[in-house]
Design a protein around this ligand. Structure first.
Ligand code: 4AD
Ligand code: MG
Length: 430
């Protein structure tokens, strides 16, 4: 019977055939331990000389790294293995030999590994990160479908900029300028007025000249938008959503977290409600720490965010930032009109901002005034203003950056390992 490594646990005691690659091996004169991988998992195959004909044992011993084959044998329980079972090998049928595979079990530098990203994805840790990414995506659809959201897909080619005009990828759209989407938000606001609670999940592009461990040029964002929803209600959705994805990964990716040596103590503590601190209080707090020079009105950098996050040990909302350091569309804070009804969610352990969200301005004249103040071209926002002309309602939404969230939950240092083929400042290959 043909099966996979993942499914093989349903076949303990049976003989099965699996299509696999040789990940690694150890052998002596009498026994060969084959580390098999098939994309669904990693499993040991044991080839014992005394139980095989000479040719088969020799073949097992001589297999080279990343050679592909069909391997047949009996699945047996094994307490020492992570997955709890292994294969007693009976026969091997080579499909394609692999020689001089560039990524050997020794250490390689990151640039070398990034140049071989198409192969590096096969490694145990990189495999684990992508499985966790997939689980977060699955749990995202689950959460929003269960909470009455409709998925709406905003366009990728756009004529205007939601998040400031300096980080846009410009391209040509026949005889007019176009930009790759920085955020689907403005379209999602239109969608919320048509479908009430909506979410998007798609690629976004930022031509940011940043070379930090948190920045990608191309990243994926989940953007929910909710009609008749104020800022406070939006924060509650955010903390429930983030808690749901953390719990889903803890429940369904135990092997992957182990492969990554992820210490899950902090992840297990994630539960609603999340702590909140206003921007004003955060500035005071930072002054008491080692940032005496920070002034009200400055944006926070990575060291500031990390200092705040370390203090709470849980994801923390920083709320009510100054108006002038946030985009044009945010609703003023009625308690202090120099600030807006917004929050950034900062992940623990130095992973930085994973969500940016806010209540949106619903008053037509205030929005027109902001578009003017921010130096934006009113004509390209006319459709957006229509949402305030025809039955405007309070509404809020947010964007969660997938790769930063994967980095945090997986415990990988740099976001480049959370995207299958990351686009970085100095990398468009492979
Ligand atoms: O805070 P941002 O810029 O917010 C927006 O784009 C809003 N329009 C979202 C909304 O309200 N619908 O981006 C949201 C999130 C950030 O918190 C971060 O997680 C991620 O997107 N992000 C990046 N991730 C990787 N590389 C980059 N260069 C990123 N820029 C933002
Ligand atoms: Mg932000």
């Amino acid at each position: 019977m043909k099966t996979t490594i993942k499914q093989a646990k349903q076949h303990i005691g049976q003989e099965v055939t699996i299509g696999a690659w040789l990940h690694n091996k150890r052998s002596s004169g009498k026994i060969a331990f084959l580390q098999l991988r098939d994309g669904t998992g990693f499993m040991q195959g044991v080839a014992v000389k005394s139980e095989l004909d000479e040719e088969t044992f020799q073949l097992a011993k001589d297999l080279t790294q990343e050679t592909s084959f069909y391997i047949t044998g009996t699945i047996t329980e094994d307490d020492r293995s992570d997955i709890g079972y292994e294969m007693q090998v009976k026969s091997i049928e080579v499909i394609s030999e692999s020689h001089d595979y560039p990524i050997t079990p020794k250490d390689h530098g990151t640039e070398f590994l990034m140049d071989h990203r198409h192969l590096w994805l096969r490694s145990r840790k990189q495999h684990a990160v992508m499985i966790i990414r997939n689980e977060i995506i699955r749990a995202t659809y689950e959460f929003f479908n269960e909470h009455g959201f409709t998925k709406i897909d905003p366009p990728i080619l756009t004529a205007s900029a939601p998040e400031g005009t300096s980080e846009l990828f410009q391209t040509q759209y026949f005889d007019q300028d176009a930009y790759l989407s920085q955020s689907g938000q403005l379209y999602m606001e239109a969608a919320a007025m048509a479908y009430n609670k909506v979410f998007s999940f798609g690629p976004t592009f930022r031509a940011e000249k940043s070379k930090t461990r948190r920045h990608l040029i191309e990243f994926w964002m989940i953007e929910p938008e909710m009609a008749f929803c104020n800022h406070e209600e939006s924060l509650e959705v955010q903390e429930q959503y983030v808690t749901h994805i953390v719990q889903s990964v803890l429940k369904n990716c135990e092997l992957e977290l182990k492969a990554l040596d992820r210490d899950t103590t902090n992840l297990e503590k994630v539960a609603t409600p999340f702590p909140r601190i206003t921007y004003d209080d955060a500035v005071e707090f930072l002054k008491e720490q080692r940032f005496e020079d920070i002034e009200w009105g400055e944006d926070f950098g990575a060291p500031h965010e990390t200092t705040i996050a370390n203090h709470f040990d849980l994801p923390v909302f920083i709320t009510n930032y100054p108006t002038k350091i946030k985009p044009f569309y945010m609703q003023p804070n009625p308690e202090n009109e120099d600030t807006v009804l917004c929050a950034d969610l900062i992940a623990p352990e130095g992973y930085g901002e994973i969500i940016g969200g806010s209540e949106r301005i619903n008053d037509l004249s205030l929005l027109e005034q902001r578009i003017d103040e921010y130096g934006l071209d009113a004509d390209s926002y006319d459709y957006y203003l229509d949402l305030r002309r025809y039955g405007s309602v309070p509404h809020s939404g947010f964007g969660l950056g997938l790769e930063r969230t994967v980095a945090w939950i997986s415990g990988v240092e740099h976001v480049r390992e959370t995207s299958p083929f990351p686009r970085l400042l100095n990398r468009l290959y492979p």
